[in-house]
Each structure stands twice: as C-alpha cells, then as structure tokens.
Design a protein around this ligand. Structure first.
Ligand code: ADP
Ligand code: ZN
Ligand code: ZN
Length: 796
C-alpha cells in the first residue's frame, strides 16, 4: 500500500464548515501544503497534532464516493493517494502555492549576529520575497534562515493562487432600500439626468442587481455616471462568477429515429437491467454503422426518466464533434462536455455544473469518468478497445476498471461498445463475466464496404515507385470524376519521417533518448518526440560526410504533395497534429469537408473513427503494416482494429463504398481477417497466440520501470529487485528481465524494465510494492526512479 494520510487537529473555528472531501491547507514539515480531508475522527495517537490552517471549500470538492474510489485506485495502480485525489478535481482547483518571507517588525532585533543582520537587511529591501529565492541567494545559510523563521525574526506568508479561476463579470448592486431609492431620486439635481435613469431602472424593474454591461447598453450611459453613484454610496460594484458555455453560439439538431427491431432488442436488454441486483457489464459488439449511438441516446433517455445521471466516454471528444452534436441536439443544456481542448476555466465551469446537478449527461474523454455526479445510472464507453482509455502517466489507470468500480458503487449499468472489442472484453463476454449484445448488420440493410488488399511489393516489381498503387490511383480518379469524396489514412506511429544516409546507412538519432529524430518540414528541423531536442536539417551525413542524406518514411505533408502532383487540381484537407493544434481547427476542417469544399480528407489516427460523411465512397490506407512493427504483444490486435475502423468510414449512407488497403505483408492474419470483416476468426487466432505466450487475457501483467542517469546503478537496482521479488512470490509467478527498455534512454536517463506475469491474485501487486519500498530504503539513491504499470498498454 502506498497510502499516506496524516492526522491534524480541527480547530474550533473550522468545526462548523469542515467536511470530508474538503481541500485544506495544512503544515507539513517546515512547509504548508494543500491536502484533502479523507476522514474525520474523534481521537488520534499522534502526539502534538498540528492544526489545520485553512479550509478552501464550502462544498467539499470530493464526495465520499470519490474518496473511496481514490483509495482503491491508489492501491490497485500503486500510486500515491494524494496524487490520485488531485487528479479527481479540475486543474483549476489545484492550489499553487508561493511562500513569501517578510521581516517581522514586532520582534526586537537585539543580540543578532552580523549574518542575521545581513539577511534581515536584504529581506527588508526585497520583501516580500519568495522563500525559494531567499534560500537561493543565501544558499549556505539554509539552516540559519530556518532558525530565524522559528524565532520569529522573519515571518512566512503564503499566497494561494487558484489556477485559472472562473471568468468574473461586474455587477452593480443597489445599496438603498426602495423607500430611500424614491427619496434619493427626488433629491437628485436636474443635471444628473443620467444618474436618475440608472436609479429608476432599478426601481421600475424591481431589481437590486444588474450586470454592468447590460445596464450600460440598455441606458446608453458611460462609466463616469456609475462612478458618481458608487461614490455617493448608492451602488456597489461586485464581481460574480459566470459559467462560460463553450458551445454557446452553436445550434444543434438531431432527429430521433425509430429503432429497428435489432436495435430495439438491444435497448430492451439494457433498460430491463436498470435497478437489477448485481448488474453485469454489457459488451455491445456492433459493426460500424449498426446504430450503436442511437441506442446510447435512447438508453440515456430512459435513465433520465428515473432522475439519474449518465456518463458517456468517447476516445477524444474533440475528435468526434459529430457525437457531441447528436447529444447536445437531443438533450440540450443537460449535457456537459469535458475534453482536453477546453480551457481550465471552462473545465471548472462544466465541473461545477455537474456538481450542482445542472448537467445530468456527461460526455467526454478519459477523465470524464471522474465527473462528480451523485446519482449515477449509466456509464457508456464507446470504442471500448481504444488504447487512449489507458492513462500513461501516474496513476496509470484504465478507464474500464474505474468505470466498473463506479458502476458497482452506484449499482449502475455499464455498456462497453465497439465494432472491434478488445481481446480482454470479448474474452470476458465469452466467459459470462459480461453480457454480450450483438448487432452484426449495418442499419437499413446497408452493405459493408468491399475491401481490396494491394501487395506493395508487386507494385515495386512492376516499376511503380509512387506511394499510391495502380488500383488506388484508378479509384481516386473515378471518385474525382463522379464528384464523390475520399478519405486517405496514414498511420503516423512508427512511420514518421526519419533521416537516413543512403551512402552509409547512418540514421539521425536523439543523443539523449536513443530514438530516431523526426523531420519537420515546416521549419526544416529534426526533432525528438520524447524530449524535444531539436537540430537543424543536416546537409551532409555526420558520419561519412556524404551528401546523399534523405528523408525516409512518409508524413502527411509528403502524401499531400504527391497527391497534388499526381491529381492536378485536387482539393485536399490535411488533418494531423500540425493542422489541428489551434482550438476549433478540427471542427472547421471537418465542417469544410462535409460541405464538399475538398475532395480528399487526408489524415492520421484522428480521422480513423467516429466520422460519418454521406459522400465518402472510397477509403484508402497508405500502409497497413506500420503498426505491426511495434514491439508490442497487442500489435496484431491494434492493426485489426485500426483497419476495421478506417474501413468503417466508407459507404455509410445510400452510396456504397470501397476500401483499398496497401500493405507489404498481406498474408498477416490481422490484415486478412480485417479485409473480410471477420472478427470471430481474428479473435480465435489471436487468442491462440496469447495463450501460447501467456499474455492477457490469460494472465495478468505488471511492468516495473527503472531509470537512472548512471547505467550501472539502474542495472544493479533492477537486478536486485528481481532477485528479492523472486524470493517473495510463488513459483507460478513469472518474472521476465530485467532488460533494457525498447527505448533505452529518455532525457539522459537509462531505462530498464521487467515484466511480471501472474494469475489475477492481488497479493502479487502487494509483493511488488513491498519489494520496491525495501529497495528504495536500502539503496537510498535519489536519482533512481521506479514506476509500476499495472495492466500495461505501452511496453516501451
Ligand atoms: P454506430 O454508432 O454503430 O457506428 P450510428 O448510431 O452512428 O452507428 O448509426 C449509423 C447511421 O445510421 C447514422 O447516420 C444514424 O443516424 C443512422 N441510424 C441509426 N439508427 C437508425 C434507425 N433506427 N433508423 C434510421 N437510421 C438510423
Ligand atoms: Zn530526446
Ligand atoms: Zn553517411
């Protein structure tokens, strides 16, 4: 357990307001810091228990449920409780603390040393001065400064800056009673016509508050009028928080459709489990375009009727704005949207709306699972197989597990939806852990697109050196002629532009991270994607001096250039991290494509899912096998999923669609089965592989990462860890490694890892944590970092 709580005294002054879940300011060692009240007790065994300094919340930031959830996550994902709890509240509520030092004027300064005098004089000149700066300046006198603080020669003040507080608006408040108001209006001089108008506005409208901007625009007055009234003490200016609505100026439309018989059956099963005892999760396996979203919407309607809240998770909300439109269109302001492109303030507003109970349907990416709803009835995880549902920083949680926890706490229904369920989920459904619901057909008898595999090695043999196969070129020409639209997909991961010397084979790598540098066309630099290291584009090979140094791999920009060359006049919209980094850019590009302002939508992962365009009748995958090359036991699964998702973009409406998949390994089973829309066969074959290798879903995994600046230290620590752990665990726990991580160095830190395979018993994790604690205590090496990844997704 890495669960840390400390006892504090609740001073009388805080007794009436302090509740479980409140954020508080407490002393910790020689500092003060922010914490959460996780329990209120009447006794303690701690002697000289220190008092809580301040309560920051009127309404507790965390509910009882979220505190319990945090504690479970802290255990299961081996992460510090405070860190987990911090993650459950919006960033804007995380208090950033600055401590300032001042000279205490109330203390006699007799009998002080010269050094003390020097410090006092320096502080007096610069105060208030940040503690860190003072200590930097007198770096040899840390101890003395502590003493001076203790004896009160210096005093410590802290300022809490709530990060990104809500937007504030000025309001005018009337400070007169109705009676006085009449009197004052009568007494105003004739010249003060404008002032009279203002007072009359309050009187006639029978209000005592109005926003400054409303008043100024209604009465056509200026600030000096207001100023005079404020001076006379008639009015007061106050600041009020207002909720920003990021979707304010948009109209949403959505038509409710009558469900097909198949959809209706699925909906009934979900709805009939509401209020059941011990509800199992549902796995909704429905092909792309089978009408899953419509089922989500109608299930939510049913939950609403019971007065309960719903959480809907989608992979990355900004990437599926069509989804938001449907929800907003159906449920209006009851919907709160949480995604990464909102500002901190906007996120806080949405969070408050949920906390107050004004929003009852929460739609968002991963972190929306922590929405502070009180009466949860339904959780939906769309595209449940998506790897973005796993957080890669500490706590390294998977949203599916958190959702199961919350659903069982509230006795709510959990629906996992996907056209390509994860191996784990489908396995669970096969073993009756989940109820399986199936929609094997597209809506209204629409056909699945026809998929054609093209072997790129053959293309090379017949002399086609372009990145487009003959087939793809012909089909693009055909669609351009018919004025239909095309989606082209390029997988960026593992396929970015790296720089290689054609004479000696030298590849430009990051000197700190051991990975290839990526070429950025726009500013002609090479950059490391891990640490940001940047160098300008070399003219000669650093190794042999040859001029034949060139860019390999294909970026979206490169594909765009080739398209324009090969299909003169073609209109291309490119979507990748470069073109969508601005807020709103994503939506604009999609809207423009929808209006048929372009023929081809070219993009990375971000166009693979969720998009639904009527005129798209051709989908092309430039190279299918790049994902297969990653050192990852899920490589085949990811490839199958991605190809299926991308293909699903074609022919979703009355026009039928074609898909062309270009590949160098057409024989691979993931590519073969994806091209036949054959999930069952893929699942069976992949399951065999997993069984053979003892991978999930058969056994569970923990990966422990070690890093250190010194190679010998990290080797020694990881070896010691494996040795100690081996002594603790039973024989059927398999410990692999330690080995150098696939990325052996990041930011000048050497990386090692080991993998533990075990059979779902929680004692294994405890033993791992125990071993780590012992190791950290024993080595006392502050440069050593160890992190634990339970149910890992990224094995690099
Ligand atoms: P999925 O989420 O499974 O990909 P959607 O719910 O987006 O599928 O449905 C695909 C398309 O079919 C959408 O355009 C949707 O509006 C339409 N649709 C869904 N259900 C029905 C229905 N019962 N009748 C008519 N059209 C429907
Ligand atoms: Zn680097
Ligand atoms: Zn060279």
């Amino acid at each position: 357990m890495r669960h840390h709580g400390f006892d504090y005294l609740v001073p009388d002054s805080l007794l009436p307001t302090l509740k479980k879940g409140c954020r508080v300011i407490v002393p910790l060692g020689s500092r003060v810091t922010q914490g959460f009240v996780i329990e209120i007790k009447s006794t303690t065994r701690v002697k000289n228990v220190k008092p809580i300094k301040e309560n920051l919340d009127i309404i507790p930031s965390l509910t009882e449920e979220l505190i319990q959830l945090g504690s479970w996550m802290s255990n299961y994902y081996s992460s510090h409780l405070f860190r987990v709890l911090q993650m459950l509240i919006p960033t804007a509520l995380k208090t950033k603390m600055e401590q300032y030092i001042l000279v205490n004027d109330e203390i006699e300064k007799d009998n002080i040393s010269l050094k003390e005098l020097e410090i006092i004089e320096w502080v007096a000149k610069n105060q208030p001065i940040k503690q860190s700066i003072l200590i930097d300046h007198f770096s040899n006198e840390k101890h003395l400064i502590q003493q001076m603080l203790q004896f009160g020669l210096l005093e410590l003040k802290r300022d809490f800056v709530d990060k990104g507080t809500s937007k504030k608006i000025s309001f005018l408040k009337l400070k007169l009673s109705n009676e006085h108001l009449l009197l004052e209006i009568a007494e105003l001089s004739k010249q003060a016509r404008k002032q009279r108008e203002v007072l009359e506005y309050f009187l006639f409208n029978q209000i005592n508050e109005v926003s400054l901007s409303t008043l100024m625009s209604k009465l056509n007055i200026n600030r000096s009028t207001i100023q005079s009234l404020v001076k006379k003490g008639y009015l007061e200016v106050i600041k009020k928080e207002t909720a920003r609505d990021p979707y304010k100026d948009r109209n949403f439309q959505d038509k409710r459709v009558t469900l097909t018989v198949e959809q209706e059956q699925v909906l009934r099963k979900i709805v009939s489990s509401f209020n059941g005892e011990e509800i199992k999760p549902f796995l909704l396996h429905g092909v792309t375009g089978s009408g899953k979203t419509e089922i989500y919407l109608q299930s939510i309607e049913e939950v609403l009727k019971e007065g309960k809240d719903s959480i809907v998770l989608v992979p990355e909300i900004s990437l599926t704005s069509q989804m938001v439109e449907r929800f907003k269109g159906r449920f209006g302001s009851l919907v709160a949207v949480i995604h990464s492109r909102l500002s901190q303030g906007e996120k806080l507003d949405e969070w408050r709306r949920i906390q107050r109970g004004d929003a009852k349907i929460i739609i968002g990416a991963r972190s929306a699972i922590f929405a502070p709803v009180r009466n949860l009835g339904l959780i939906i995880i769309d595209e449940e197989h998506e790897s973005s549902y796993k957080q890669e920083e500490n706590p390294k949680y998977h949203v599916r597990e958190v959702a199961k926890w919350r659903a069982s706490y509230h006795n709510a229904v959990l629906v996992l939806g996907s056209a390509t369920p994860s191996m784990e989920s489908y396995f669970n459904a096969q073993n009756n852990q989940y109820y399986l619901l199936e929609l094997p057909n597209r809506i209204l008898g629409r056909k699945m697109p026809k998929i054609e595999l093209v072997d790129m090695r053959d293309e090379l043999r017949v002399g086609n050196r372009s990145m487009f196969s003959q087939t793809l070129q012909e089909k693009i020409d055909d669609r351009l002629n018919k004025q239909e639209q095309i989606v082209l997909f390029l997988n960026r991961r593992g396929y970015s532009t790296f720089v290689m010397c054609r004479s000696c084979g030298y590849v430009m790598k990051c000197p700190h991270c051991e990975i290839s540098l990526t070429y950025h066309h726009t500013n002609r630099v090479l950059r490391c994607h891990y640490c940001g290291y940047t160098v300008s584009d070399p003219q000669n090979c650093p190794e042999c001096g040859s001029k034949h140094i060139r860019y390999f791999g294909t970026g979206t920009q490169k594909v765009e250039e080739e398209l324009v060359k090969r299909f003169p006049g073609v209109r291309v919209i490119r979507m990748d991290v470069d073109t969508t980094s601005k807020k709103g850019a994503h939506d604009k590009l999609l809207a423009s494509f929808r209006k048929h302002e372009a023929d081809i939508l070219l993009g990375t992962q971000m166009i693979a899912k969720g998009l639904d365009f009527e005129k798209v009748t051709l989908v092309g995958v430039i190279a299918a096998d790049t994902l297969l090359r990653l050192p990852d036991f899920r490589a085949a699964e990811r490839t199958f999923q991605l190809l299926t998702q991308v293909s699903g973009r074609a022919g979703r409406h009355h026009l039928s669609g074609d898909v062309v998949i270009q590949t160098y390994t057409p024989e691979h089973y993931s590519i073969q089965y994806a091209s036949n829309h054959d999930f069952q066969s893929f699942y069976k074959q992949e399951l065999k592989q997993r069984k053979m290798m003892d991978y999930p879903p058969f056994r569970k995994l923990i990966v422990v990462h070690f890093s250190h600046q010194q190679l010998p230290n990290v080797m020694k620590a990881s070896q010691l860890f494996v040795k100690e752990l081996n002594r603790l665990v039973s024989r059927d726990v398999e410990i692999l490694g330690p080995v150098t991580s696939p990325i052996s160095r990041i930011k000048d830190r050497n990386r090692f890892q080991c993998m533990i395979k075990y059979n779902d018993e929680s004692s294994t994790l405890n033993k791992v944590n125990q071993t780590i604690s012992l190791l950290i205590e024993g080595l006392k090496d502050r440069n050593l970092l160890i992190s634990v990844d339970v149910d890992p997704y990224v094995l690099m």
